[in-house]
Ligand binder design. Structure first.
Ligand SMILES: O=C(O)CCC(=O)C(=O)O
Ligand SMILES: [Fe+2]
Length: 352
């Protein structure tokens, strides 16, 4: 039997935080001390004005991406070509889904993480204490090939399947464009990352709903983690800040920029780039008002062999990781569930 999930919504916010959401003192977010001054770079995807005509020199855009990937592992993009109206619709259908009465979405609720389509609650394991729930609910499902999976998606709200289908196509195309730019930013041929990630890559959605929280300083929306796949495109509610990333050992808020996506590099790009680009720790804090984020993850084919790309390895940069099949890493990822994961670290080669 599944236990009843966390199901507060805007209309049922308690006045104080129930005890099973309260983090021990040393795990609390200290939101008031988080800097918003030093945020992540904002990159205009139309910004190609200084590209050399024959393509011999990296364009200004590629240089900006290279710097953002090296220094932050995170950036925001504007003028990305995905219609704003579609992003708004995707936000709306996701919000409606989360705010349905539990009866109408309970068929998706599960604690079995191997399910493809799942509505679930995250929790943190804390030392010597019971599990602490995080103040969020997440809904996750595949995004490709849409023709084969549409029937698995919610029938309610009625527009969900159609809107998600369109959104997934647009985001899939943007993933390809970004992977090509990131390849170039590493000095590699455009197709390099795409090829290395294999012929059957995965595209997955994780929608995160953070209801209004009575005491945001006592809990977290999503604990600190890195994204395990290759690349993440995240759309966040306008006007509400919640995402934070580590920069120089300190938490920095990633305030939403109108019509922008947040891009972050996942663990597989860190490995493929031989550690030159980092998959950075991030988390979500809660607010007195609700917030929603829609993360789309692009991951390698299960049979893709992931390891440092040959061109990025030389005497000065010996390989940091051994090659592995992506399926092997996913097994390790599942083994480490419930812990503060160190997955790619298992594939590190000994340092000489
Ligand atoms: O809500 C956010 O901004 C963070 C979401 C996130 O990190 C994730 O879904 O992996
Ligand atoms: Fe994440």
């Amino acid at each position: 039997m599944e236990t009843a999930p966390f199901q507060f919504t805007c209309s049922t916010t308690p006045l104080s935080l129930p005890p099973n959401f309260i983090l021990p003192e040393d795990k609390r977010p200290h939101i008031s001390q988080v800097s918003t001054l030093n945020s992540i770079p904002i990159i205009d995807l139309n910004d190609q004005i200084h590209a050399s005509e024959n393509g011999d020199f990296p364009s200004l855009l590629v240089e900006k991406i290279s710097r953002a990937c090296e220094e932050y592992g995170f950036f925001q993009i504007i003028n990305h070509g995905v219609p704003q109206e579609l992003c708004n619709k995707m936000m709306t259908v996701s919000t409606h889904f989360f705010e349905l009465p539990f009866e109408q979405k309970k068929q998706f609720f599960t604690t079995d993480f191997t399910k493809q389509v799942k509505l679930f609650n995250y929790y943190l394991n804390t030392h010597g204490q019971e599990k602490v729930n995080t103040w969020s609910q997440s809904f996750s499902h595949p995004g490709h090939p849409i023709e084969d999976l549409s029937h698995l998606l919610p029938e309610n709200p009625p527009q969900y399947r159609e809107v998600f289908g369109e959104y997934a196509k647009e985001i899939g195309a943007l993933m390809n464009r970004l992977l090509s730019l990131i390849s170039q930013s590493l000095g590699l041929e455009k197709e390099c990352l795409l090829k290395r990630l294999g012929e059957n890559p995965s595209l997955k959605l994780q929608a995160n709903y953070y209801p209004p929280c009575p005491e945001p300083e006592l809990t977290l929306g999503l604990g600190s983690h890195t994204d395990v796949d290759a690349l993440t495109i995240l759309c966040q509610s306008e006007g509400v800040s919640g995402l934070q990333v580590i920069k120089n050992g300190k938490w920095v808020a990633v305030d939403p920029v109108p019509n922008a996506f947040v891009i972050n590099l996942g663990d597989q790009i860190q490995v493929l780039s031989n550690g030159r680009y980092k998959s950075v720790q991030h988390r979500a804090v809660t607010n007195k008002v609700k917030r929603i984020s829609l993360a789309m993850f692009y991951g390698p084919s299960m049979d893709a062999v992931i390891g440092p790309i040959q061109e990025l390895v030389d005497e000065a940069h010996p390989p940091v990781y051994r090659n592995y099949r992506f399926a092997e890493l996913r097994e390790e990822f599942d083994r480490q569930r419930g812990t503060r994961r160190m997955v790619k670290e298992v594939f590190e080669l000994p340092k000489n």
